[in-house]
Write a protein that binds this ligand. Sequence first.
Ligand code: GLY
Length: 422
Amino acid sequence: MNILILGSGGREHSLAWATMQNPKCDKLIVAPGNAGIAQIAECASISIEDGGAVAEFAGENNIDLVIIGPEAPLAAGVADDLRAAGLLVFGPSASAARLEASKSFTKEICAAVNAPTAAYGHFTDAASARAHVARTGAPCVVKADGLAAGKGVIIAQTRAEAETAIDEMFGGAFGGAGAEVVIEAFMTGEEASFFVLVDGEDVLPIGTAQDHKRVGEGDTGLNTGGMGAYSPAPVMDAAVTRKALDEIVRPTMAEMVRRGTPYQGVLYAGLMIEDGQPRLVEYNVRFGDPECQVLMMRLGAQAFDLIHACAEGRLADAQVTWADDHAMTVVLAAKGYPGSYRKGSEIGGLGTLQEDSFHQMFHAGTSEEAGKVVATGGRVLNATARGATLADARARAYALADRIDWPDGFCRRDIGWRALSD
Ligand code: GLY
């Protein structure tokens, strides 16, 4: 098969790595890709939020399946354009992608199916939002309704912080994404990420993970896209997983079918678990980044079989073959991230890495300039490893990270601390 993956991050590098191992893959193109992806696949410079341009490129290159990595092209309707052009696609329609692109839509669906989640209010002006906070108090979570590149969620500890967040959002700090605002009650517990494939009716769980969203050790400091992750998530035991499926994911998917907008692709349920009860924090309509990296490390080549079955509506016959293993990824980020950081610094040590099915350095924000790999993003590399235990995976991931010679970078040294006692 000729396969096209859209995206340029560590998520897409890990998807490309797993896909390349599958004997069904004859040719892999990633658009736009990055310096690491370019070592295993062809990279193409196309505008991935332009469905017409992607469809034309796919036609010219005899593409059999398009895998859409990030949320922006999904929300922009690229999957719809590709399907209209007769292409096989992995990823939801724009209507179904509203589960990530509109926080209020997700809350409305949860209310319709009685899925456990935080109480909320939905506002189109600052005065009503402020009045809600005056009534309900803090802490609370103020969310821009639309897509804000992972930045539109503010956990307000006080009423004053909530009011500042409300004023910033309605003041345009997150562009159009903040034109409407959702305010949720603050949930306590432990967070986990739960991933399922869905082909309309059928739901296939493909793994759990926990990531570390804060920049600082001990889960302190500013929020990031994720500084590291591990899989499986110990808090997602069999009972919690069953509740998450029966009370949250399956009812949501059934409601999407009932509304005439069935979901197809990977669904990432961000959950808060307390006393064995999962509650929905948010849905994402894509793989998590860096959670995808640990899932791909564990699934290997079968990941592509599952993605292919999902795209063709064959999940009823698909199954995951799990090894009793663990994986961890450690994010190497540019100093200053998630604030401002320098771009263009050279990354050394990449040529010395011994990569295999237990160790992979996935690239997240790199490009090649004059034969050198340079950092082009905030999150730049993902040192990813697998082992029989989480401690083994951690030792391997940090050993890999420590081979990198990049004075402009840093990583957290405590990824997995909740699940590891030392
Ligand atoms: N790691 C969180 C996310 O991908 O949204």
